[in-house]
Ligand binder design. Structure first.
Ligand code: RB5
Length: 149
């Protein structure tokens, strides 16, 4: 699987901590930046990853900012993006099983590297359950179609 990964200055350290985990999982990534701790604006990087997922050019994305909140707000503006802010493995697991989340958001300043690694492993190895959950995703898509006219 090939994904896109991005962060702001508050997420650089965590992005660097999780790339070895992606490698271990056999996940390839395209890094859209940022790559220094110089202050940047999270919408600029959130947009790049969300656009790639939204257009279908890339299957999934990972975004990291300080709280994960800003990146989540940006990513969920994009049609077809189901971004899940996860600070523990239960949310990571459920966001895949029930929501078929295609973009993982991590709170770089709120969890440690070990927790992030566990979240990433869980998120990438948990399948979507389908069934009644697909019906609910279809309803989300219908809302998007209505709003994006
Ligand atoms: C940057 O200081 C911080 O506001 C950002 O990383 C994020 O937490 C926004 O939601």
């Amino acid at each position: 699987m090939k994904i896109a990964i991005g962060c702001d200055h508050a997420g650089v350290a965590m992005k660097n901590e999780i790339t070895p985990v992606l490698k271990e999982l056999g996940v390839e990534w395209e890094d859209v930046g940022t790559n220094t701790e110089e202050s940047v604006d999270y919408p600029d990087f959130g947009e790049k990853v969300a656009e790639l997922v939204s257009s279908g050019k890339i299957e999934r994305g990972v975004l990291v900012c300080g709280t994960g909140i800003g990146m989540s707000i940006v990513a969920n503006k994009f049609p077809n993006v189901r971004a899940a802010l996860c600070g523990e493995t239960y949310s990571a697991k459920m966001s895949r099983l029930h929501n078929d989340a295609n973009l993982l958001v991590l709170p770089g300043r709120n969890i440690d590297g070990q927790t992030a690694a566990e979240i990433v492993k869980t998120w990438f190895t948990t399948p979507f359950e389908g069934g009644r959950h697909q019906r609910r995703l279809d309803k989300i898509r219908a809302i998007e179609s209505r709003l994006c006219k």
